[in-house]
Design a protein around this ligand. Structure first.
Ligand code: C2E
Ligand code: CA
Ligand code: CA
Length: 767
């Protein structure tokens, strides 16, 4: 069934085959029934004809018997008898129009009397004539009426059958022979329409193979002069043996009618035969097979034409269905392979057709990974319908770069791929530059005008990947590089490849390290202006057996991008809280703890629950805890972040805004969110001693923080000079190598023992 669904032509072929078989069966049946019909018809014809002949002859025999007896009794068997008898014979002639003439003969073959239409003197002796001798002798010898050969009676201009009946007055010796000439043209039995048409013949054949009557040759004497039926009889005798399986003599006695086909060079006929034993006559019906067949072909021809017309119509129907189906299939394939929004080929199309591109390494090509910068903002600000319209315009612009040799694909929402045979570095860079230029042109959608940028990563086949996946990865890596600059392109390099491989390695090893818990925490003091310790920032450290020391700003982003952050974050929180809680218990120094929280961790549902449970577990007061969250987090929707911040705040946990000044936070956002602390990024502190602009920036940040009632912390304090300037600027807290490097727990304990720590409460935000 699946095969037929797949190909309607298979189903068509099967139906045609079945109908052909059916039609052939119909043809054979029709052929057979046509023959049977003719056979039956002829069978009936022969039966009817033989019974008519039989009854005609029987009635003639009875007539001859009665008349003959009557005349023989009256006759004196002399010449004079003719005068007495003639009137009687003439009268008989009047009442029996089928009889051409009557005569009475003595047993020596001489005519005693004849009807007056004959001349007695011209009548020959029947025993002396060769043609009549045998039948006359037979008539004398037989009790039955005997038929002489059919001959032409000139005076009557008619073919006649002589009928001879021996007459015995005493029932023992023969006294006379009564004869009558039966006119073939005057009895309804022997009419030439005894047959049904030119194709059909009825023959009465004598035992001596002379024809007694032949319906097709009723007027011609030639048909009766020779034993014409000999050959036919030979065929009939053979057919009895071969087709009926019986002997001809048996057939003579059976009174049955037999039908068969005689088909050779001479005869081509349907034959039915019956024997009339009383008069030793074969009744033979012959129907020309050519006629039978032609009738079949005429009738069947109409059916055949109808069949051909039906087949042609069926073929046309199937062809149109197949065409339709092909169109639908093509449409479905097109839909599956194309993006409905932009009509560009999609990822599936790309996967299916990439073989053509990557099959031959001697035919290099370039793959451009095009990502629209900040497209998410368009969707978020204007809605998805608007975004769709923009994407359509982007696709249209990209299509301008399409040629017969290149391919533009919509990879996913705002990511497009461009495959081109151009591989020359300067040419490809020019192309990428042109694409950026075209895509950066202002867009106008729903009367709004705006601009968008895009980042393009370029990878070349085969040097940057020998299959689609590795090429895409290379292009993606270089695109990531381009993204860092926005609205630019980047060509994949070996260094990127190395960095990628290193990243992969880091991921593998980090997974292992998290499992084996070989990572550890270090703590960097956060110091007040009077150099007393306010708290510590927990920083994670990893020294790998293979990779050696891996900085956290290398492996933390790897953990974030590979789904490892959840586990790593849990370890950091648990380990930091456990150690600082231990410090609180053992040294009575209630210093604060700041933990860096990654975006991934923060947005996880069970984050707060897990954090509070850990604090509870190690009996550390939530008021000692500050969560450092980098500014980039606030690109996320404020409405999402706000309730989480508020929930944390309700639990007495503080929030610190890390790396302040490097991101995008607006003043309104600072006001909207419950932030306790601002951490000025170390890149600002670096230059405060030498660069007035940096100093002014830091002073402004401090002022903003204080305005919003926040604690201000400066990180990257590397010298006494930094410290003094910041102190002068009224910065609340400081952190940096000048004060202490991040140190392990034991060292921290030692550090705290030698440093002044206010045993009192942690400082509240300055009012
Ligand atoms: P960050 O949160 O800004 O951490 C402060 C970084 O500044 C630390 O680098 C610290 O060692 C360094 N630092 C401190 N004082 C000075 C100084 O006087 N001069 C200079 N040049 N640097 C100083 P670190 O430990 O390598 O951490 C780098 C970044 O890795 C962190 O930046 C933070 O974003 C991330 N990170 C580190 N530990 C963790 C952690 O436990 N969790 C999360 N989520 N991120 C962490
Ligand atoms: Ca930090
Ligand atoms: Ca920082």
């Amino acid at each position: 069934m699946a095969l037929f669904k797949k190909n309607i032509w298979s189903l068509y072929a099967l139906i045609v085959l079945l109908t052909l078989i059916l039609f052939a069966v119909l043809g054979v049946t029709k052929w057979q029934s046509n023959r049977n019909e003719f056979t039956e018809q002829q069978h009936l014809q022969v039966e009817l004809f033989s019974s008519s002949v039989n009854s005609l002859l029987t009635s003639q025999e009875a007539l001859l018997e009665v008349v003959g007896n009557h005349l023989a009794q009256q006759s004196d068997f002399t010449r004079t008898a003719s005068f007495q008898i003639r009137p009687i014979l003439d009268k008989l002639l009047d009442t029996h129009p089928a009889i051409a003439a009557f005569s009475l003969l003595n047993t020596q073959g001489n005519h005693l009397a004849v009807s007056s239409n004959l001349q007695l003197s011209s009548q020959k002796n029947l025993l002396q004539d060769k043609a009549t001798k045998d039948s006359f002798l037979e008539a004398i010898a037989s009790e039955k009426m005997v038929l002489g050969r059919t001959y032409y009676q000139k005076s009557l201009d008619s073919l006649v059958i002589p009928l001879r009946k021996s007459i015995s007055i005493d029932g023992q010796s023969i006294d006379a022979v009564m004869t009558a000439d039966l006119r073939l043209d005057s009895t309804i039995v022997f009419e030439n329409n005894a047959h049904t048409g030119r194709f059909n013949t009825l023959t009465l054949l004598r035992f001596d193979n002379y024809r007694q009557f032949v319906s097709s040759d009723i007027d011609s004497l030639d048909a009766y002069l020779e034993p014409e039926g000999a050959d036919l009889m030979k065929h009939i005798t053979q057919s009895f043996v071969q087709q009926v399986g019986t002997d001809v003599n048996e057939a003579k006695t059976s009174k049955e009618t037999y039908s068969f086909i005689i088909n050779d060079e001479k005869y081509h006929a349907l034959v039915s035969v019956k024997y009339i034993p009383d008069y030793k006559l074969w009744v033979i019906g012959q129907t020309d097979l050519t006629h039978v067949n032609s009738l079949f072909f005429t009738e069947f021809g109409i059916l055949f034409i109808a069949f051909v017309v039906l087949q042609v119509s069926f073929y046309t129907l199937v062809k149109s269905i197949a065409k339709n189906e092909q169109r639908t299939r093509k449409k479905l394939i097109y839909q599956a392979n194309h993006d409905p929004l932009t009509s560009l080929p999609n990822r599936l199309y790309m996967r299916r057709n990439i073989d053509k591109w990557v099959k031959n390494e001697s035919e290099p090509f370039s793959l451009l990974f095009i990502d629209i910068d900040n497209f998410k903002c368009v969707n978020d600000t204007h809605g998805h319908d608007f975004g769709d319209k923009v994407l359509k315009q982007i696709a249209l612009r990209l299509m301008r770069f399409r040629s017969r040799m290149s391919l533009v694909v919509r990879e996913s929402s705002d990511k497009f791929l461009f495959l081109t045979p151009v591989t020359n570095e300067s040419e490809i860079k020019r192309l990428a530059g042109r694409i950026i230029q075209v895509l950066s042109q202002p867009y106008e959608v729903q009367h709004a005008q705006f601009s968008l940028g895009c980042s393009i990563g370029i990878a070349r086949f085969p040097e940057h990947g020998k299959d689609l996946d590795s090429l895409l990865r290379s292009a993606d890596i270089s695109m990531y590089k381009a993204k860092q600059q926005q609205n630019s392109y980047s060509m994949f390099t070996a260094a990127m490849q190395d960095a990628h491989l290193y990243k992969v390695k880091v991921e593998q090893r980090l997974r292992l390290a998290i499992e084996k818990q070989t990572l550890f925490m270090v703590f960097q003091p956060l110091v007040r202006t009077d150099k007393s310790v306010h708290g510590v920032e927990a920083l994670v450290r990893w020294i790998d057996e293979e990779l050696g020391f891996v900085p956290p700003d290398v492996f933390v982003p790897v953990a974030e991008s590979t789904g490892l952050m959840q586990k790593l974050g849990a370890f950091i929180i648990e380990s930091s809280i456990m150690q600082i809680a231990h410090l609180h218990r053992t040294t009575e120094q209630k210093i604060g703890l700041s933990i860096n929280i990654s975006v991934r961790q923060f947005s996880h549902q069970s984050f707060s629950d897990h954090l509070l449970a850990t604090l509870e577990k190690y009996q550390l007061s939530p008021s000692c805890l500050t969560l450092e969250i980098t500014e980039s987090l606030f690109i996320e929707d404020v409405t999402v972040v706000k309730p989480i911040f508020e929930a944390l705040k309700a639990n007495d946990i503080k929030i610190s805004l890390d790396d302040f000044g490097t991101g995008y936070s607006s003043l309104s956002m600072l006001k909207a969110l419950p932030i306790d602390e601002l951490k000025i990024d170390k890149s600002f502190i670096e230059n405060i001693a030498v660069d007035q602009q940096s100093l002014t920036m830091v002073q402004n940040i401090i002022a903003i923080g204080k305005n919003f009632g926040m604690v201000v912390l400066a990180e990257g304090v590397e010298s006494n000079e930094h410290f003094s300037i910041l102190k002068a600027c009224d910065c609340d807290l400081m952190q940096g190598y000048y004060l202490s490097r991040p140190i392990p727990y034991d060292e921290l304990c030692h550090y705290l023992a030698t440093t002044q720590v206010k045993k009192t409460e942690l400082p509240l935000a300055p009012v």
